[in-house]
Design a binder for this molecule. Structure first.
Ligand SMILES: Nc1ncnc2c1ncn2[C@@H]1O[C@H](COP(=O)(O)OP(=O)(O)OP(=O)(O)O)[C@@H](O)[C@H]1O
Ligand SMILES: [Mg+2]
Length: 236
């Protein structure tokens, strides 16, 4: 089976401070994968390196068979890599509907693309708030909007960086429910989060990062069978 994303020996630094020391993992079509690790271990930096936001100094990234590590942020996005960033970053002065429409594109050439109606169906709360400005939304609503906006690009791969961070438990459950639904639809997803139990239910494979290095790869079954791993590397 060919990989959708192949990350091979990626090294990334901020100025003279090296943060990633050879990150390697892959994601297959239709797969849900995770990056796990404690705070500051390099998860967000890995995502930034994939998206071209912080350029990798070494290693290669292949997306749908094409090398992307030297491409522009824009070009990579247009190839169908979409992110729900840490901190959401929705437009505060645009309405919910405008936020969604601003991102509309059919990058994976889906025969059944995401539309306003489908996003509103997925998150009825957004339909109710469609005319509200981004800055009038609760944290949970902002997160739903950030996910809806990423879906509106019809990405080949959806990346969520701490999508449930700071949310109330009920809203968090709604996000997990949504991700499970996307998975059923065959959407490939890379999830970064700290709720290992939920991730074991949702995802196929996991990569644990410790100080910029991959220390473990495995399936949900393997991760479930070894809670010692969570204590050691994820801290839950
Ligand atoms: N813009 C930056 N400039 C310099 N150092 C940075 C920058 N962003 C992150 N770092 C450092 O890089 C390391 C990895 O950070 P990163 O944000 O990738 O970790 P993370 O695994 O996403 O952590 P968290 O769980 O807190 O989000 C940390 O030591 C962090 O302090
Ligand atoms: Mg992070």
């Amino acid at each position: 089976m060919t990989a959708l994303l192949e990350v091979d020996q990626v090294e990334t630094a901020y100025g003279s401070s090296q943060v990633l020391f050879g990150i390697t993992f892959d994601i297959r079509e239709g797969e849900v994968a995770t990056l796990l690790g404690r705070n500051g271990m390099g998860k967000t930096t890995t995502v930034r390196s994939l998206l071209g936001l912080t350029r990798a100094r070494g290693g290669t990234v292949r997306f749908r068979g094409e090398r992307i590590e030297a491409l522009s942020v824009d070009r990579i996005a247009r190839m169908g890599l979409a992110v729900v960033p840490e901190g959401r970053q929705i437009f505060p002065n645009l309405s919910v509907q405008e936020n969604l429409l601003a991102f509309s594109a059919n990058r994976n050439a889906s025969g059944e693309p995401w539309t306003l109606e489908r996003v509103y169906h997925l998150f009825p709360r957004l339909a109710e708030r469609s005319r509200n400005m981004g800055n009038q939304l609760s944290g949970g609503e902002q997160q739903m909007l950030a996910i809806g906006r990423a879906l509106m690009t019809n990405p080949h791969l959806l990346i969520l960086d701490e999508a449930t961070e700071g949310l109330a438990p009920l809203v968090r459950e709604e996000i997990w429910r949504c991700l499970a639904l996307l998975r059923q639809h065959g959407q490939a997803i890379l999830v970064i989060d700290k709720y290992v139990q939920r991730l074991i239910q949702l995802a196929d494979r996991h990569t644990i990062i410790e100080r910029g290095r991959v220390v473990w790869h495995g399936t949900s079954g393997q991760l479930k069978a070894d809670p010692g791993l969570w204590d050691r590397y994820v801290g839950v």
